[in-house]
Design a protein. Sequence first.
Length: 273
Amino acid sequence: MMKTIRIFLFSAFLITLGIAPQLKAQEVENPEVSAVQQGNSVVGDSKSLADDAYVAGDYEQAIQLYEQILETQGEAAAVYYNLGNSYYKTSQIAKAILNYERALLLNPGDDDIRFNLELARSKTVDHITPLSEMFFITWAKDLAGLFSSDVWAKCAIAFFLLFIIVVSLYIFGHKLAVRKVSFFLALFFLVVCIVSNVSASYQKNLRQNQQSAIVMLPTVSVKSTPDKSGTDLFVLHEGCKVEIKDNSMSNWKEIRLPDGNVGWLPVSSIEVI
């Protein structure tokens, strides 16, 4: 009787494996995320030419070549990163920040990108203190930011398979010690699988539903209404990062700053990350 119950439970888990959502497996097929790892193989000789121009100090030429690569061959974190470096070398801080931010979306765990982004931000005028948030929310965001959605998706699949394996050991194991260890390992793998899946979804949502932008003009007045005649609320400078709160209008966007202040900016003054 016990053996029959175990077989039934194991069959149920196999069915669950077959009908469960694919743990964001579609993320694995996304070619954008592996760009940094593949390096020159993604963009071929064009990237080599752009890199050579950068090393030679011809930053304007490097910018043209990197922009061309992104336009013709798609997004790649390495290209955005190098483009940001080129803009930084030519003192175009806002464009440098924009491209570092785009590189970070594709490869959030890269320390070099984060360092250069913070270095570029230190050159901006606006230093806004963000509103405080619950510590566990900050931890969760930091955890999700360790890897790209593609890596998190692979982790979710791997740990789900491990979960199935240890569950089978628990169901069919005859020794009590093996079953106890299998039980706790199954719980651990299941938790990690869930965390990985949620993190993959979070990172994917950041990329596909990007609601942040960078101020590109030297100075711009934030208005109380979406109209040039609106009251000036405060002034922002190039390189400042804002969140788009209302995206319904074509010529104006309602924005929110990290400190909670809101207002309206013309579309021409910002560029979406």
